[in-house]
Design a protein around this ligand. Structure first.
Ligand SMILES: NC(=O)c1ccc[n+]([C@@H]2O[C@H](COP(=O)([O-])OP(=O)(O)OC[C@H]3O[C@@H](n4cnc5c(N)ncnc54)[C@H](OP(=O)(O)O)[C@@H]3O)[C@@H](O)[C@H]2O)c1
Length: 301
């Protein structure tokens, strides 16, 4: 048996609990792992609330990214063996917030010894998304990348990737995240009323790319600062982005290996800022659900 954090029905946090389940066994193309750490993402509470459809069978396990030690290898999987340390995307029907889970081998990589378990657990979703959202449109050194939501899990990594490429990065966040944003090498721009004026003051000729991790009113307010409306890429609000001429992020298969490499060489730091036990997974989810996360929140069973 293994402990798994689930929600029993679509709705609020009161639906969440730890339950015992039979230890999972990998199907073809999958890996079973003993979880050492799992990343928590906004998708976890959005799925529980039913915002991402109701295709999950209940009780539904929580958590889309994890790192751990391989305990069994499914048919047809090459390149992984029992005992390997890995990180990867959790297979549908399973959850990262668990003692044991199942990863998709095609979206998993070996965990370099240089990367901690907690950091590794943030790369399959948040890290890989930060990679994709900063590579979908090619910028040149010196061009201006505006990140809305630069203080959160994806934002901090996206800002550091921008710095590596020598883009001029402008990071929008609330006032309490000024130091967090500046630590990535970005110039801080305070969120809130008249945000577009502050962006224009920093970039009078407009910005070359808007990476939007927030959506809604804020995206609407700053969209006009893009030199070209097609240069708005969002992870948070495809509807608003499309209405404004932009696009949702396109996730790629190569992103996980690329972000793992740059974290290994300490070029990008995932900034794990809060760690919880499996018993306290509800607190981890609440921290992310509050919407003001700073860096990444991780559960360590
Ligand atoms: N499509 C995909 O594959 C994919 C993958 C990963 C994430 N996502 C989505 O991307 C979004 C960001 O994810 P995340 O993991 O980075 O979330 P997160 O860690 O919760 O960070 C969100 C950040 O946005 C900031 N924020 C909220 N409202 C803001 C505003 N008006 N102006 C500026 N900053 C604001 C928050 O802090 P403050 O408000 O305190 O500044 C927080 O730091 C979420 O919607 C998530 O669902 C999509």
């Amino acid at each position: 048996m293994t402990k798994v954090y689930v929600f029993n029905d679509f709705g609020g946090a009161e639906q969440q609990q730890v339950i015992d389940r039979a230890s999972p066994w990998p199907a073809a193309g999958q890996l079973a792992i003993k979880v050492r750490a799992a990343g928590v993402n906004p998708a976890d509470w959005k799925i529980r609330e039913g915002q991402m459809g109701r295709k999950w069978s209940l009780p539904a396990p929580t958590g889309r990214e994890a790192a751990g030690v391989v305990t069994a290898v499914g048919e047809g999987v090459d390149g992984f063996a029992v005992g390997d340390e890995v990180l990867g995307a959790v297979a549908n029907g399973y959850g990262g917030l668990a003692e044991h889970t199942i990863l998709e081998a095609s979206n998993s990589v070996a965990k370099p010894g240089e990367i901690s378990w907690a950091d590794a657990a943030t790369l399959p979703v948040a890290g890989a998304t930060a990679y994709d959202v900063t590579h979908q449109v090619e910028l040149e050194a010196g061009q201006i990348l505006l990140i809305i939501g630069a203080g959160g899990g994806v934002g901090r990594m996206a800002a550091q990737i921008g710095a590596v490429h020598e883009f001029r990065v402008l990071g929008v966040a609330h006032a309490d995240k000024r130091e967090t944003v500046e630590a990535t090498g970005a110039e801080f721009i305070e969120a809130g009323a008249d945000i577009a004026d502050r962006v224009r003051a920093a970039a009078p000729d407009g910005v070359d790319l808007i990476v939007d991790l927030v959506g809604g009113e804020t995206l609407h307010a700053v969209a006009g600062t893009a030199k070209d409306p097609s240069r708005i890429i969002t992870t948070a609000d495809p509807k608003t982005a499309r209405r404004l001429g932009g696009e949702p992020v396109e996730r790629t298969n190569e992103a996980l290996a690329k972000i793992t490499d740059v974290v290994k060489y300490e070029v990008v730091n995932p900034y794990v800022t809060a760690r919880f036990s499996l018993e306290d997974a509800g607190k981890a989810l609440a921290a992310v659900e509050a919407g003001h996360a700073e860096g990444k929140v991780v559960v360590e069973p």
